[in-house]
Design a protein. Structure first.
Length: 390
């Protein structure tokens, strides 16, 4: 029996994880569930899965959750704040941590799980984007197991040899190929993109995701962050990570080998597949996802991304090549710009403009620790807000 902590249990990844866990009660139990302030949703999850611990962001949310749990006759311990998140991730009673908190807010708890030697199911892109070297060093030092949950990185992981950590060249790997749906505006005239509304941007044609991630998919920043993530996960330099537009979202990613072979992982677009794969690794278990019917999927198409349509992808490659703090700056500026767009404060095409201005303004410095990263994140957010106010 493995005890699982889900950081961000009320989000789409958290909900999908609980769905998979519920199918295998003989193998998994829930140690802790965490949410920001969605008390009602978290309370319902606590009633179903009976975690030992529940964590929320604020004292008021904790009070509301305690009242609800008391009324239901449940003994779940309720805690709140960033320190409580880290403690839930590192708790000795926990075996597996699903790191699914969106954005920089998920960094500290993911690092805590790594330092504690946990099996980490990584759905939080920003932990690797901001602190790739720190996280990978923590995993290596503690003996933690880091498994990717993003469908693309999970697909690459499945297509790589078991000992890929020995290096791409020694394993005969030419490059990794990240597929991208292209989002909802793949065919829309570029000159009309600034008229895009938040409601249009979050209406992804293939995947059900949170609002921020959906906007990142529409700008392809999501894919840019995945490029940086792939660099750290698989030891691949920027020129050996290629992005391909694949609107059907059937092939989730591929690995190209020097002998001309290309291995691909296919499946229906459902996050329960990579979640189940990582939970059971190196075994397999049922995820609840329907089997892919190859006779029904129709033609599959691929194209190179247009960087004029998707400048955020170019900016992510720039950040990866720059190294140091550049990726943390990119991520922070993007989070501020996307939030402003979702609030209707800026147009869609201003997202990449804000990011580029912030990256040009702040110097790239070496990453020396988490405190330095948070300071870089703070500075980037302040500069982004400054540009938004102009």
């Amino acid at each position: 029996m493995q005890a699982v902590t889900i950081l961000g249990s009320t989000g789409s990844i958290g909900v999908s994880t609980l769905d998979v866990l519920a199918r295998h009660p003989e193998r998994f139990e829930v140690h802790a569930l965490t949410a920001h302030t969605r008390v009602d949703a978290l309370l319902a999850q606590c009633k179903q899965f009976l975690p030992r611990v529940a964590v929320v962001a604020t004292a008021e949310a904790a009070r509301q959750l305690r009242d609800g749990l008391r009324a239901a006759g449940l003994q779940t311990e309720v805690r709140h704040g960033p320190d409580a998140l880290c403690e839930a991730a590192a708790a000795p009673q926990c075996d597996v941590v699903m790191a699914a908190i969106v954005g920089a807010a998920g960094l500290a708890s993911t690092l805590a799980a790594a330092h504690a030697g946990k099996k980490i199911l990584l759905a939080n892109k920003e932990a690797l984007v901001m602190a790739g070297r720190l996280l990978m060093d923590a995993v290596a030092a503690s003996g933690a197991c880091l498994l990717p949950i993003d469908s693309e990185h999970n697909a690459i992981f499945q297509c790589l040899p078991r000992d890929f950590e020995r290096g791409l060249d020694r394993q005969g790997i030419a490059k990794v190929l990240l597929t991208a749906s292209g989002g909802p505006f793949l065919e829309r005239p570029v000159e009309t993109l600034n008229q895009v509304t938040p409601e249009q941007a979050v209406a992804h044609p293939k995947w059900v995701m949170g609002r921020k991630i959906s906007v990142d998919s529409a700008t392809m920043m999501n894919k840019g962050l995945e490029v940086i993530e792939a660099h750290w996960l698989f030891g691949a330099p920027a020129d050996r990570i290629e992005v391909l537009i694949h609107p059907q979202s059937v092939i989730h990613s591929m690995v190209s080998y020097v002998d001309g072979s290309v291995l691909a992982q296919l499946g229906n677009p459902d996050m329960r597949t990579p979640i189940a794969h990582a939970l059971a690794h190196p075994e397999r278990l049922a995820s609840g996802v329907a089997q892919l019917d190859l006779t029904q999927i129709g033609p599959l198409s691929f194209a190179k991304p247009d960087l004029q349509r998707f400048p955020c992808l170019r900016l992510a490659y720039d950040a990866l090549r720059a190294g140091g703090s550049a990726a943390a700056t990119l991520n922070a500026a993007n989070e501020v710009a996307v939030e402003a767009f979702l609030k209707g404060e800026i147009g869609f095409r201003m997202i990449d403009q804000v990011i580029e201005k912030v990256m040009n303004r702040l110097p790239v410095v070496p990453v020396t620790g988490i405190d330095m990263l948070f300071e870089q994140d703070r500075q980037a957010r302040a500069v982004a807000v400054e540009y938004l106010r102009q």
